[in-house]
Design a protein around this ligand. Structure first.
Ligand SMILES: C[S@@+](CC[C@H](N)C(=O)[O-])C[C@H]1O[C@@H](n2cnc3c(N)ncnc32)[C@H](O)[C@@H]1O
Length: 408
């Protein structure tokens, strides 16, 4: 039994039919498999041979493969009543397999469910959530404690993705925001889904350099985080600012600010859509290979940026519960769900004071032009600080032995 939209379009259901089709059409089996796995339209000689063998037009093949360009869309729109009459029965026949969920524990601000996020989302009220953060499995064949199959076909992964993304869209309040964390390749498809319902804000590249180089490829060094809102504009956008970039060793300026130093905002530099300062979680007490724990700093920034105290935050893929812990500390109501064991998340809440300390540290070092440590280093090495800008002497005075903030 072989599956896939491309094979279905060609009426191929098993290896023998695949072999037969390949010998009749003269399209290599490996190419047919590639078109099926990637879900893309063949090109060149392969396309010509396929159309000849199937006796259909390119437009019909595209429709069979679900590739709908604007011309086709116009034609479908023009004939929408007839098309609906034709396909209604098939649409109604699609039955969803239902998972389950149950309340696991509650905190001052949150409710943690154990089970399937699709089942939970079915029960949640539409337009009830202010912010959604989602970090789904990437279909990379990882082992999760939940036992999910993390290596399904591209088609199956995208079908499932479309389901949970659409449900998330439904849950968002007007002006609410959704952030989706994934590999750039999957984000290209997720964007396509989101573009139909929400307003694009940013594709945020989060620099993460711990992945391995791959032969004949560019070195993959970022995750993509999609940021969309429901409606024309976000109801909450609390701009986040970063400290100035300075020399790690002497605290001196890296860029030449010319006469603009005094114009720099003392709350910090504007955040861009490329984030270089999010550390990977390496030694956390709560990290297990299965949970792929994200950094508290990432969630602190997203939650502070797109929600306010008292808002409701939802994350459909709990993992180690990073979103929930940060929401609790920042006094957001939260709703969580995880298919695998939730004991790790519960344990994190028992140690919440440890996380409170970390969040305090993160907040102390953001939304300011210079952190306390940076100030100390710059002062010691005679570099300017906002309060010394009026005194020319301060800029030129250099200490003899530069004081170091970081080791090499
Ligand atoms: C990449 S991890 C999330 C990590 C999380 N952001 C953190 O910082 O700890 C994805 C999680 O989603 C869970 N998961 C997968 N399918 C699910 C489903 N249908 N419903 C709920 N959770 C699911 C997996 O078990 C896994 O723990």
């Amino acid at each position: 039994m072989i599956e896939g939209r491309f094979f279905r379009a060609l009426n191929i259901t098993n290896k023998k039919e695949l072999k037969d089709f390949s010998s009749v059409s003269k399209v290599k089996i490996s190419n047919l498999r590639y078109y099926n796995e990637e879900g893309i339209l063949p090109s060149g000689k392969d396309l010509e041979s396929l159309l000849r063998t199937l006796g259909i037009s390119k437009e019909e093949l595209k429709l069979k493969l679900g590739i709908i360009d604007n011309e086709m869309l116009d034609a479908l729109q023009f004939n929408s009543s007839d098309v609906m009459r034709l396909i209604n029965k098939d649409l109604n026949e699609v039955k969803e397999q239902k998972g389950t969920h149950e309340l696991s524990f509650e905190t001052d601000f949150g409710k943690m469910f154990h089970g399937d996020c699709l089942s939970l989302m079915d029960e949640m009220e539409s337009e009830s959530v202010d912010l959604i953060f989602a970090d789904p499995p990437f279909n990379l064949d990882k082992t999760y404690e939940s036992g999910i199959n993390d290596k399904v076909s591209k088609e199956e992964y995208l079908r499932w993705t479309e389901k949970w993304v659409s449900k998330c869209v439904d849950l968002l309040k007007e002006g609410g925001a959704i952030f989706i964390w994934n590999l750039p390749v999957w984000n290209t498809y997720i964007s396509d889904i989101l573009n139909r319902y929400l307003t694009f804000r940013h594709w945020i590249a989060v620099d993460v350099k711990y992945r391995l180089p791959i032969k004949n490829r560019l070195y993959p060094s970022h995750y993509g985080m999609l940021y969309y809102v429901k409606g024309k504009k976000p109801k909450t956008f609390n701009n986040q600012r970063l400290p100035l970039k300075i020399c790690r060793h002497c605290g001196g300026d890296i860029h030449d600010y010319g006469g603009y130093k005094s114009k720099l905002n003392e709350d910090g530099i504007n955040l861009t859509d490329v984030w270089y300062d999010i550390p990977p979680v390496r030694h956390s007490l709560y990290k297990t290979r299965d949970s792929n724990e994200l950094s508290l700093k990432l969630l602190e920034r997203v939650i502070s940026l797109a929600s306010n105290e008292g808002d409701t935050v939802f994350d459909p893929f709990g993992g180690s519960g990073t979103t929930y812990i940060v929401s609790e500390i920042l006094k957001r109501n939260w709703i969580g769900v995880e298919l695998g064991p939730v004991e790790g998340i519960k344990k994190r809440f028992e140690d919440i004071e440890f996380h409170v300390g970390q969040i305090k540290e993160i907040q102390k070092n953001s939304n300011t032009l210079f952190t306390d440590e940076m100030r100390k280093l710059r002062k010691a090495n005679g570099h300017w600080l906002p309060e010394t800008l009026n005194s020319n002497k301060a800029e030129t005075k250099k200490a003899k032995t530069p004081v170091k903030l970081f080791d090499n």
